[in-house]
Design a protein around this ligand. Structure first.
Ligand SMILES: [Zn+2]
Length: 541
């Protein structure tokens, strides 16, 4: 029997502390859903009441299999939990679990809080009880636990024990400053689990000595059974423990793999590379090529003897099979690896293709060329699916955009205010018919979208519920020219279905338009809409 290890993601809370990272409500939803699909047990999404984004998110939380977790602080000393509005906002959020941070370093209790050690213990106990009273699962993050343990081990332990005895499901030991080393973490956790059952102890490590992953593994060896971390190690200063590295290590490496099971299946693990890269795209940052397991270069082999040895016997130069985490081997001498990778992608979207099908090579070439131009298909599943299905002749030509024109005007309005307005005209040919539509918007892309979707003839019923959920622009500088990549997230207002499309061009409006067209075609294709018949009676394919 394997022991269960629980994974707790705090990308949307602790990760949100990162300089330059600003999640929108929509980002939070998408990321929470991706984490849920991966098999994470707890998704900590923010601090209800602390800022407008978190408040809006918790007002309409997504439905997840994972336990969505609200974060807050233990109640203020000197008042009751019911008389602390900030605390109430946290425990009343419509979520199954609440994680509260409590002080466990006597120095911080006295200096930062300015209260007695006893009062702090009371605050921890009363807070845990209030969470239980609100029928939420209580977790306590013991802030500065390791530094506190070094300064005053009896008091740090008293804080942890108080939380456990008051009914905390998890007592999480935090290396808040990130300066503790693996041998220290292992010794301290081993001592804690002599007092608190290991199935109630968690670890939360920061990466200030580049040891957050190692510290997490050391804590698990010593007995911790909940692991906290973030996607791609996002987090303030040097980051949090990187779940993108911890998860494959726990699933693929001894003696973790045979001792523990997590909520992430082997199939889920194969989505890890895609999740990691999509996350970077959402943050508008370049993925780290050298990231363990999921980086572009994690399984790249240079030519010569090394590469030929790898192609004969991969284990000679690879510590795990790249496919196990959804990554691909890169060999400069052969594109076989690319071929098997693309076959796996096709099968994921429900296309069973023979590995010797000549069209496969063409698709592979197209993907490579386009990725070199700046397309990011990991983040734009719908655009990839269209590209793939087109290569196999499965997507009809629904319509043809003959031309578009956009005008941006900055002027003073009747009230003398400076305004910028955009007008667009789009000419579309559907079957034999030419439709000319005009649209107006606050920006060129908005105006184009309005014009394009104003009247798409027979397709109107299928696209009437389509709406743009999010829009991300990235300027890619490669070689001498800069190109713009636009990533659009679309949503079906009725079914809630979401899909991502991408466009690339030196011109931002052009790139947006391309992503917009892909979004509409994907909708028509997935609705199974029949293409318009041309006047000649044939179906243009
Ligand atoms: Zn932290």
């Amino acid at each position: 029997m394997k022991e269960r290890l629980y994974l707790f993601d705090t990308t949307l809370r602790d990760g949100a502390q990162t300089l330059g990272v600003d999640f929108s409500v929509e980002d939070k939803r998408v990321i929470a859903e991706r984490l849920d699909a991966l098999g994470i047990d707890y998704v900590e999404a923010g601090y209800p009441g602390a800022n407008p984004v978190d408040s809006a998110f918790f007002e309409a939380p997504p439905r997840l299999k994972a336990k969505l977790t609200a974060f807050g602080m233990t109640k203020r000393a000197g008042r009751s939990t019911s008389n602390d509005p900030g605390f109430q906002a946290v425990i009343q959020a419509e979520v199954p679990a609440v994680c509260l941070v409590g002080k466990s370093w006597d120095y911080h209790v006295e200096v930062a809080l300015g209260i007695s050690r006893e009062e702090n213990l009371e605050a921890i106990a009363a807070s845990v009880e209030a969470v239980r009273g609100a029928k939420r699962e209580p977790l306590i993050d013991c802030e500065h636990f390791f530094d506190g343990d070094k300064a005053n081990p009896a008091y740090a332990l008293a804080c942890a024990k108080t939380a456990y005895e008051a009914g905390a499901r998890w007592v999480v030991l935090c290396d808040t400053n990130g300066g503790t080393l693996p041998h220290e973490v292992e010794a301290i956790v081993a001592e804690v689990v002599r007092h608190i059952p290991r199935e109630h102890v968690g670890i939360h490590a920061h990466n200030d000595t580049e040891n957050a992953v190692a510290n997490t593994l050391a804590a698990v060896r010593a007995g911790a059974r909940q692991v906290q971390g973030t996607l791609n190690g996002l987090g303030e200063r040097c980051g949090n423990a990187n779940l993108t590295s911890i998860i494959p290590t726990l699933l693929l490496k001894e003696d973790y793999a045979s001792r523990f099971e997590t909520g992430v299946s082997m199939a889920g693990l194969r989505s890890l590379t895609a999740v990691s890269r999509q996350f970077d795209e959402l943050l508008n940052r370049q993925p780290n090529r050298h990231a363990p397991y999921v980086g572009e270069s994690a399984f790249a082999h240079k030519g010569g003897i090394h590469a030929s040895a790898v192609s004969k016997e991969p284990r000679t130069y690879e510590h795990v099979p790249p496919e196990s985490v959804g990554n691909a081997r890169k060999l400069l001498v052969s594109n076989q690896a690319g071929r098997s990778n693309i076959l796996a992608e096709l099968s994921r979207i429900g296309m069973e293709v023979d590995k010797d099908d000549p069209r496969l090579g063409g698709l592979l070439e197209q993907v490579k060329t386009r990725e070199a131009q700046g397309y990011a298909y990991e983040a734009a599943g719908a655009s990839f699916e269209l590209l793939a299905r087109r290569a196999f002749g499965q997507v009809p030509e629904f319509f043809d955009v003959e031309s578009f024109r956009v005008m941006v005007e900055r002027r003073h309005n009747a009230r003398g205010e400076l305004v910028t307005v955009s007008d667009a005209i789009v000419k579309v040919r559907i079957g034999g018919e030419l439709l000319i539509n005009a649209g107006e918007g606050n920006g060129p892309v908005h105006a184009l979208d309005q014009a394009l979707r104003r009247d798409l003839g027979i397709y109107q019923p299928s696209i009437k519920d389509l709406e743009l959920a999010d829009f991300k622009v990235r300027i890619l500088t490669g070689g001498t020219d800069a190109v713009t990549r636009v990533l659009i997230e679309s949503r079906d207002r009725m079914t809630g279905q979401r899909w991502f499309t991408v466009g690339v061009s030196p011109n931002i409006v052009d790139a947006s338009f391309e992503a917009l067209i892909d979004s509409i075609v994907f909708k028509l294709w997935s609705d199974g809409v029949a293409p318009a018949v041309t006047s000649a009676g044939g179906v243009p394919v």
